[in-house]
Ligand binder design. Sequence first.
Ligand code: EAX
Length: 330
Amino acid sequence: MTLKPILLALALGAALGVTNASAQVIELKLGNTTAAGGNQSLVAEEFAKRVNEKLAGKVKVTVFNNSQLGNERELLQKLKIGTVDISQPSTIMSTISPEFGVFDMPYLLKDRAHVARFVDKIFWTDLAPKAEAKGYKIIAVYENGIRHITNNKRPIDTPADLKGLKIRIPKGVWRQNMFEAYGAVPAPMEFNELFVALQSGVMDGQENPLTNIYGAKLNEVQKYLSLTAHVYTPSFLTVGTERWAKLPADIRTDIEKIAKEVQPWALSSGEKEDVEVLDKLKKSGSIAINTANRDAFVAASKSVYELFDKEVPGGKALVEKTLALAKEGS
Ligand code: EAX
C-alpha cells in the first residue's frame, strides 16, 4: 500500500466518525429524551442490539437515554450538524412539517393495527418525504405510545375538569390546539424539565404514555392519572440526511432493513408495556387512576379537526385517508 490510499482511508474514517481506527467500526450515537423503560428507550435498545449483532465488527450503535445527548429540539439540530447520528423525534415533527399534525388529531388512530396500516399505506408516501425535504430521513416508525393525562388537582373525567389547569405538553402546535380546545392552559416544555416542573407546582399536570410516566417517575409527583388515550404518538427513528449520505451504501441498506424489521416489535412491545405498566402503577398505590369519558373528549375534539383542515393544505384529505384505514383488513 502506498501512502496515498492509507491517507485516503484515514480521511474517510475520520469523515465517518470512526473512533476505533484499528477495528474500522462505525460508531453511531442514538439519542433519546425518554428515561429507561419508556417505549422509545426500549425500542432503541432492541434496534441497537439487532444492529450490533447483525453488523458486528462493522457498526456499533450506542443508546443514550434521558436527554443525555440533548432535549428533543437539540437532538433535531444535532442530527442536522451530525454530532448525533440517530434520534427518535416524536411530537416535535409537526414543527418540521405540519402534516405530522395528523398524529395529533384526537382519537383518529383506533388501535395499533390501524397504526400499522397507516404506516404501511400512508406514512412512507405522504409524510416521510416531507421530513426528508427538510433534512431528516426517517428510517423506521416506532412507538412513543398512547397518551394519558396526569395532574395534581383532580381526576379528569371530561374536558370541563381540565379548565384552567396548567398542562405541560411537548413542542407541537397541534397538541397545544387540542388542550386549548379542552379548556386547559397548555405550555410546551422539554421532557427533561418536566419532573421538576410538576414537583414544584410550576405545572399542574402533563400528558404522556404510561411507560414515560412510570419510567420518569412522574407518578411520584402527581396525584391523578386519568386514562384519556387522546392520541397515539409514534416516534420516528431519524437520521440527518447529510450525515446519512456519508455512510457506505451497503451499511445504509443494512441499517434501514434492520430498523424496519423492528417496527412490529415496537407495536407489540408497546401493547404489552401498557398492560404491565398500568398494573405496576395500580400496585404502587402512588397515583389515583380513573378512566376518562371518551365520548366527552371526542365531542370536544371537533374544533381541532376543523382547524387542521383550515390550516394544513391537504390536511382534510390526510385525515380522510387515515379514517378509511380504520377497518380491519382495509
Ligand atoms: O419524544 O416529551 C414528550 O412528552 C414525548 O412524549 C416524548 O417523550 C419526547
